[in-house]
Structures are given as structure tokens and as C-alpha cells.
Design a protein around this ligand. Structure first.
Ligand code: CMC
Length: 440
């Protein structure tokens, strides 16, 4: 089988790829994205030839066309709706960035004010929902609670489950998800401590309100510094979307069946949980803590990695093969936050040592392995006071707008079809049933 590309109709810039198969040849159109990314459109391949493509892990497969996020992994570029991540991290807020991702434009003053109002309206949990927490074991994993509670939102909002969601009802669903998720996260933390929950305060901004629910106590109100609020907002912005990653693809896959936005987003939380994805931020801190306590040292870790006995958590990325722009911003943010808080976290020094050994080692250079977003994010979360088992929950709060944006894009796609990949079957071929008494 041979695949070659050729200019098909030079004047209209249309190109095709020619696929040579045993005894036949097929021309497949090449589609281009707005940033010059090229893809071979194989939608007619199976019908015309009987062949399918095989791409475990989907490294070479575009599952959709999308207008939301652009990544150039070779050059470390990340843009939301065309805006560079560096500019958004510096100047925007999480709420504004969420709007941008979902609706495609930065909000006007009026839209931003309305969105803030709706987020405030939706910040409380139905008492019935609050009682769900009592059914969870106090030390149950907060990611399990988060996905269960997001799914439970569907029970409390049956009016938002229709397949013809108008713009107003969709906006309500957005506000429910974005607002309640931080209440759910903070309540689960308080429950794990056996403390009374702190109700949200409608006077506070998105990040301040979350920090208040997490750290205020009945007789002492938590007042974060501006630097803490900014660091949290930046953390959330940097996690808000990352095109077709594992959890977002899961959300799109679930949404493709027509499942409602709550069910689809809850599935994203489950996919994010794994250590190869969002769970890596917990694994990084656990690794750094182990080194700090003397169980390991950076050099021995690197040796273990090279001997294939260990994966360096917070390193490597499927798409970034030069640097992860989010990690660069977070590295600076972590150092700045620690210095304004006057905290010297030995884990940041260990992370820097580990990174400098890895970044000069042949093993890592050859494989293009660089620190990713999870390498420094835990240092920031630790400095803010977030417990390690909630790190992936924090990633989820950040990723909610991205999941919603992708669900909504798919919802409006006139060509939407249920996601249903094929497989190459490699199991036994036809066998004859044997009654139990005759089996050896
Ligand atoms: N430590 C050591 N070796 C690694 C690492 C790592 N973190 N990542 C990849 N490699 C090696 C891997 O062993 C393989 O080597 P070889 O060619 O000798 O077999 C080569 O690099 C290619 O690895 P791969 O597994 O084919 O790469 P992938 O694109 O399938 O995996 C990844 C990407 C992010 C899952 C992987 O790099 C990894 O497991 N990293 C650690 C977990 C992590 O930090 N995840 C967070 C990702 S960023 C945030 C997010 O998306 O959630």
C-alpha cells in the first residue's frame, strides 16, 4: 500500500492524496486548516475500498474539525480562539476566558456582567444534592465525588436535557456547570475534614469565592492575597482547553450519542483522572515529596527512567515536542507566588534540579521530552493550600469550559454523527460451541 499526495486541481488549490492498494488506487481529498494543518479525508475509504485505517492512540487521526483551540506542538504554540495563551494568562480572567472558549469571542461588558450574575445565581447546591455528600465515605476520592455530582446535576435540571437546547437554556447549563463545580469541589474538601461546609458568598469573584469556600472557617474568614487569586486564575486559564486530548475526546464521544452536557462533562472528569492525563499533577508532587524525604534523589530517578523502570511524571507530551508553553508560564508563576508569599518550597528546587538533569540528558533530548503543564502546577496548588488529592479536581474546574465548548461545537455541527470507530479483529475465528460436560 502506498500513499502519495499530489496537486489535483492546482488552480483551486485542491489537493488529493493517492492511495495505492493491491489492485486498485483511490484518490482522497486533502483538507487544510486555517493554520495550514493538512489532513487526508478518508470518509469514503471504507465504502469505496473495504479498507479501514489503524491508528491506536489516534496520534495520526483527526476526529473532527474544530474552531476552538490551536496547538503547534513543534513550536510550543497554544491559542484559544486565535488568542495566544501568554496574552490570556497575563491579561484575562478565567470567567472571561471561559466565555471566549464557549462562544468564540471575548465577552462585551454587558455579556461579562450577565455571565457573572448567572454564575452567582447558580453557586448554591440544591439541599438534596448537598445530602449526596453524606452518602460518600469521608475519604472517598474527590474525583469520584466530582464526576458523580456533575452527573447528578442532570437529575435536578431535567429542563436542560432536551435535544433542542435554546441559547438561554444552554447559558444556564454553562453557569450551572461552571459555578456548581467549585461549590462541589470545596464541599467535598470540607466533608473530608469533617468540617461544616462554607456556603458561597455572592459578593465574591469566581476565584475568591472558591478560596473562601475552601479555607474560611465559621469564625475566621479567609482573605486571599491578590497574588494568590491571580495565580489560581492563571492556573485555571492555562487548563481551560487543549483541543482533542483524552478527556475532551471522551466528552465529544459521549456527546456524539446525543447525551446531555452534564453526562458528557462528567465523563470528561472520569477520563481526566488517570495518571497519564490530569492525574499526573498529583503524581508529580508525590514524586517530588519522595525525593525530598530522601527516598529517592533526582539522579537516581533519571537513571530509573532511562532503565524504563519509571516514567518521569510531568514530562513528555503527545503533541508538544519542543516545550509546553503552559509549563513555561507556570514555572514563572510558581516562583513569583512563592517569593511574594515568602515561602521557600524545597519541592520547587528539586523540580528545577530534576528538570535541569533531564533537559541535558540524551534520553530525554532524543525523545523530545520536556516538562509539561503538570510539572509546575502542583507547586502553585500546594502554595495556595490545596491538598494533593484535590489537584486533579482543580484541573477539572479549569477544563470545564473547554469540555462545554467542545460539546456545544459538536451539538451545532450539522454533520454530527455518533462516534463509532472500527477495529481490526484479532481474536479466534469461527468456533463450534462445546457443551460444558465435553470441555477439558
Ligand atoms: N518519562 C520517561 N519516558 C517517557 C516519558 C516520561 N514521562 N514520556 C514518554 N517517554 C518515552 C517513552 O518511554 C517512549 O520511549 P521509547 O521510544 O524508548 O519507547 C517515548 O518517550 C515516547 O513515549 P510515548 O509513550 O509513545 O508517548 P505518548 O505520546 O504516548 O505519551 C504522555 C504522552 C504524556 C502520556 C507521556 O509522555 C507520559 O506518560 N508522561 C508522564 C505523564 C504526564 O506527565 N502526563 C501529563 C500530560 S500533560 C497534561 C495532560 O494532558 O493531562
Amino acid at each position: 500500500m502506498l500513499l502519495s499526495t499530489q496537486n489535483f486541481q492546482q488552480d483551486s488549490q485542491l489537493k488529493t492524496a493517492v492511495l495505492q492498494l493491491p489492485g486498485e488506487e483511490i484518490k482522497l481529498p486533502i483538507v487544510s486548516g486555517t493554520e495550514g494543518e493538512q489532513a487526508i479525508d478518508i470518509t469514503s475509504l471504507r465504502d469505496e475500498t473495504g479498507y479501514i485505517t489503524l491508528d491506536p492512540g489516534y496520534s495520526n487521526t483527526g476526529a473532527c474539525e474544530s474552531k476552538i483551540t490551536f496547538i503547534d506542538g513543534k513550536n510550543g504554540v497554544l491559542r484559544y480562539r486565535g488568542y495566544p495563551i501568554e496574552e490570556l494568562a497575563e491579561h484575562s480572567t478565567f470567567v472571561e476566558t471561559a466565555w471566549l472558549l464557549i462562544y468564540g469571542e471575548l465577552p462585551t461588558e454587558a455579556q461579562r456582567a450577565r455571565f457573572r450574575e448567572l454564575l452567582t445565581e447558580q453557586e448554591l447546591l440544591h439541599e438534596g444534592m448537598r445530602h449526596h455528600f453524606e452518602g460518600f465515605p469521608p475519604h472517598g476520592h474527590p474525583m469520584a465525588m466530582l464526576s458523580a455530582m456533575i452527573n447528578a446535576c442532570a437529575c435536578y435540571h431535567p429542563e436542560l436535557l432536551d435535544t433542542d437546547l435554546d441559547p438561554d437554556r444552554f447559558l444556564t447549563a454553562v453557569a450551572i456547570l461552571m459555578s456548581k463545580v467549585r461549590t462541589i469541589a470545596a464541599f467535598s474538601y470540607k466533608m473530608s475534614l469533617g468540617h461544616r461546609v462554607e456556603y458561597p458568598d455572592p459578593a465574591l469573584s469566581y476565584c475568591r469565592n472558591f478560596l473562601h469556600m475552601m479555607f474560611s472557617k465559621p469564625h475566621s474568614r479567609y482573605e486571599p492575597t491578590l497574588q494568590v487569586v491571580k495565580a489560581l486564575s492563571r492556573f485555571l486559564i492555562l487548563h481551560a482547553d487543549h483541543e482533542q486530548n483524552c478527556s475532551t475526546s471522551t466528552v465529544r464521544m459521549v456527546g456524539s450519542s446525543g447525551a446531555n452536557v452534564f453526562a458528557s462533562v462528567a465523563s470528561g472528569v472520569c477520563a481526566l483522572w488517570g495518571p497519564s492525563h490530569g492525574g499526573a499533577n498529583m503524581a508529580v508532587i508525590e514524586m517530588l515529596e519522595k525525593i525530598h524525604k530522601g527516598g529517592e534523589n533526582p539522579k537516581s530517578i533519571v537513571e530509573k527512567v532511562k532503565a524504563k523502570k519509571f516514567r518521569l511524571m510531568g514530562f513528555g507530551h503527545r503533541v508538544y515536542k519542543n516545550f509546553d508553553p503552559r509549563a513555561k508560564i507556570l514555572e514563572k508563576t510558581a516562583a513569583g507566588l512563592l517569593s511574594t508569599l515568602g515561602v521557600a518550597d524545597p519541592l520547587l528546587d528539586i523540580a528545577a534540579e530534576l528538570a535541569s538533569i533531564a533537559l541535558t540528558d540524551e534520553y530525554f533530548l532524543e525523545r523530545k521530552l520536556y516538562p509539561n503543564v503538570d510539572f509546575y502546577s502542583g507547586i502553585i496548588l500546594r502554595a495556595i493550600g490545596i491538598p494533593v488529592n484535590m489537584f486533579t479536581v482543580m484541573f477539572s474546574i479549569g477544563r470545564i469550559p473547554g469540555w462545554i465548548a467542545h460539546w456545544y461545537e459538536l451539538y451545532h455541527d450539522p454533520d454530527r454523527r455518533i462516534s463509532r470507530p472500527r477495529q481490526v479483529y484479532t481474536g479466534p475465528t469461527r468456533r463450534k460451541y462445546v457443551p460444558v460436560e465435553n470441555r477439558s
